[in-house]
Design a binder for this molecule. Sequence first.
Ligand code: GLY
Length: 428
Amino acid sequence: MGNRMCLKSSVYILAAWVALCSCTVRNIQNTTLDVDRNLAYCDSQVQKALKEISGKNGMPRNILHNEAHWNLCPVEITEWTVGFWPGILWYNYENTGDMEDKDAAVYYTDLLVPLTTLPVYDHDIGFQLFCSYGNAYRLTGYEKYKRIILNAADTLATLYNPEVGTILSWPREVEPNNWPHNTIMDNMINLELLYWAAKNGGDKRLYDMATRHAETTMKNQFREDGGNYHVAVYNTADGHFIKGVTHQGYGDSTLWARGQAWAIYGYTMVYRETQDKKFLRFAEKVADLYLRRLPEGEYIPYWDFDDPDIPNAPKDASAAAIVASALIELSQLEDNREKAEVYRLAATNMLVELSSEKFQSRASKPSFLLHSVGHWPAKSEIDASINYADYYYIEALTRYKKMLEKGEVKRRFLSLQRREKKSPNLFP
Ligand code: GLY
């Protein structure tokens, strides 16, 4: 029995290997990731950053290419990344279990309180309040955090247009761009806030809104090959799709790496929440395109897969971190064992490359990662350390550790079962 199982899993790994080498990513390395070492590295960088920013009321936002210290952003509703630093601190506390790390997470989460009762600004309320308070509640169960998340979900829902079937992502862009109802791919991530609220005492209609948003986006905001338009523009009155354009990519129809990363992460999450297989198949489609288009033998994408300057264009570590985190989840949700192996191997390689000397900041800066691109068309945050790259990196490492632990528990359980069969008195 043991040999048969072992043979069976070897066949799956081999099949996944062949699939990976032939049709998704070329020249894959069978690497192992030292997850504990990299989580310890994250902790040491967090401690350096905490010391550096102590006494200043802002959130670490970026460290530009030629700089060595965090630039802080003010805690404002217009600043979409304010929730990532508290989120990083919560993941770090989850991994260290140290009460001082918890105190730091509580302190920076509390800085966001003034934002929690403001009227809606845009869809980023999800990034701002779910990456922070979502993790805070998950790890503490404090009722005050739960109330804030439920309120944030209701606030986000005020942007939903039932004629279109999606959330209006950027109210501020309606006039200047003549984008009457605009929905951006990043908005997929913020559906998680609505699903969470619907399951945790909020309005059940939030679930339907989130699912309809995912369906409408799937129908309109993707090209045949699975690549997406950053922005979908809709007619407000009758809801018809007008056009797909870019805001942060190289061109309207190019493959902006982080936009595709949001899609992979978003549809994986929507499948987890709905268990509807059409979303699983779609997550595979958008992930497979991304993997096929990675540079040969590499796992960190150029900031836009279609930048004509490649190979001289900058890479984007943030996209790789988001995708690594998403693929770890996708590999565990898969109903196809070969594909699960492909995604697990790809995520491992992404994290190994992100954890290399080339991509980790190490002694040079108090961030985790170097080499992300924030907004290339605006020439902003090019080849920088950025807080969301760090957030998804520590999330991916944490998910990876849990995946290994789950595998270990399962292996132990199966081995106990086998021993029980051999000696039935083991559990009298
Ligand atoms: N949500 C904005 C970005 O991905 O840069």
